[in-house]
Design a protein around this ligand. Sequence first.
Ligand code: THU
Length: 134
Amino acid sequence: MSNNSAEVDWDALTAAARRAMEHAYVPYSKYPVGAAALTEDGRVVSGCNVENASYGLTLCAECSLVSQLQMTGGGRLVAFSCVDGDGNILMPCGRCRQLLYEFRAPDMQLLTVSGIKTMHEVLPDAFGPEHLSR
Ligand code: THU
């Protein structure tokens, strides 16, 4: 899969998100989510949601995706896709937009319910690591 965001194979990336969704642990919400992202160096990382009896400790699919990113060599995300249990495109929740922002490539794009958007479009005026170095 290309790592040039202009040539992202969105169908393949979304298929990877759907495969990840099949691993979701969702005994409480019964709402599986899968996410997949393409890295700058051409890897595909993915994740599923993992719930907890405490409810509040639930890990969103994006949490396991960024963990896999770090565990498989780190780097930056250039493209992202997320699906619900029916395989339909799902917008990442607000907290997860922040998680993704931390690891974005400058031109990161997300496949959303309203088309392909930039990270800036889905999290405008974001707080980020750059604020801490002022
Ligand atoms: N969920 C995600 O995994 N990612 C999101 O961006 C939205 C919500 C999960 C958390 C919980 O397991 C289930 O969806 C219902 O909220």
